[in-house]
Ligand binder design. Structure first.
Ligand code: ASN
Ligand code: ZN
Length: 344
């Protein structure tokens, strides 16, 4: 969840309860941000590729992990929030297992730990470096953060990034870190819904904005900047082209803002290729994320060049897929070295 939405609410004087909650959410999120970079504890690799989920209930407190309420294989609890977290962790695990043959977040069977009902009206979800955490939302602007599958996907992919490219959470590398979470979060949802690139909504966080909020989601990968426009939240500030790149020191140098640019590049590439976005465009992005060639502080152009290189390796330098990837980046104003240069 981008800080600019919370900052806006925190400054909102019309509803002191809501603004106090937004401030509390911001304080807790930044406290956990540092923890994200800490690698998970060493563990012995497990034998098979099956999820090992445990859902905890923080019961409105801010202590992690809280009380364990559903373990792997346990029946549904009847608490919709607990059961949604369980299901969405499973859907995300299955996506990476079945599509890219990845065994959990770390590629080595990391157990999936989740805490729901975190805090009082906590309006965010995050990966803290070791586990998932979800708030119930404030009920006025945001509903329960377990609702959208792509939000769970987004947060778990922060864990995958941490264990692979480990992109710095600042500036363009940080916006790429955010974008990669949106890309695979969306792909988890698209596959779950059985939607090809042409049918998908390319929105992140549908169902999260409470009734009465003027907006459809947190972000749009297809049309960045159009997800919401509400008197309390302001307008979605995401650019979809380098011409509108936002220079700012806030939000770690605009990681949740400028991610609109690589998000739209992926959308353009995937829709130009057609079919299921996770099969080709997603595979190329996955190759880049996990391939070991990215610097932790890579910029958009450096990342783009790696995607062209990865597409050429998968499909051939002259293939339509490779051309589509290049076209995606040029569509958002990011210049890519020629395929020959990228390959050289
Ligand atoms: N939900 C936010 C995100 O993953 C939490 C944060 O760390 N800013 O981007
Ligand atoms: Zn994120």
């Amino acid at each position: 969840m981008p800080p600019h939405m919370l900052e806006r609410l925190a400054r909102d004087t019309a509803d002191p309860v809501l603004s106090a909650r937004a401030r509390r959410t911001m304080a807790l999120t930044s406290a956990h941000q540092a923890a994200r970079l800490v690698p998970p504890p060493a563990r012995s690799p497990e034998e098979d590729f099956v999820p090992k989920r445990t859902i905890h209930d923080a019961q409105g407190r801010e202590t992690l992990p809280g009380r364990a309420v559903r373990k792997e294989g346990d029946p549904a609890t009847g608490d919709k929030t607990v059961d949604r977290s369980y299901d969405w962790l499973g859907a995300t695990f299955d996506f990476f297992e079945e599509v890219y043959r990845r065994d959990s977040i770390d590629g080595a069977g990391l157990p999936l730990i989740s805490t729901v009902h975190y805090g009082d009206g906590y309006a965010n979800a995050f990966w803290n470096g070791e586990q998932m955490v979800y708030g119930d939302g404030d009920g006025v602007i945001f509903t329960d953060f377990t609702i959208p599958l792509d939000v769970t996907g987004h947060e778990l992919v922060h864990g995958i990034t941490q264990h692979t490219a480990n992109l710095e959470y600042y500036g363009q590398a940080g916006a790429l870190n955010e974008s990669v979470s949106d890309v695979f979060g969306s792909l988890v949802k698209q596959r779950h819904n059985g939607q090809g690139a042409g049918e998908a909504d390319w929105l992140i966080g549908v169902g999260l904005l409470a009734e009465g909020v003027d907006g459809v989601a947190l972000r749009s990968m297809k049309e960045p900047g159009t997800a919401y426009d509400d008197p309390r939240l302001g307008k979605d500030p995401q650019p979809g082209h380098m011409d509108d790149y936002v220079e700012t020191y806030r939000d770690n140098g605009g990681v949740h803002i400028n991610s609109g640019i690589p998000n739209r590049a992926f959308y353009l590439a995937a829709t130009a290729i057609g079919g299921n976005a996770w099969e080709k465009a997603g595979l190329v992005w996955y190759d880049v994320l996990t391939g070991g060639a990215l610097a932790v502080d890579v910029d958009f152009a450096g990342f783009a060049t790696e995607t062209v290189r990865a597409a050429a390796r998968r499909f051939g330098a002259e293939a339509a897929e490779t051309e589509a990837v290049r076209g995606g980046w040029s569509g958002v104003g990011v210049s890519v070295a020629s395929t020959a240069e990228a390959l050289g």
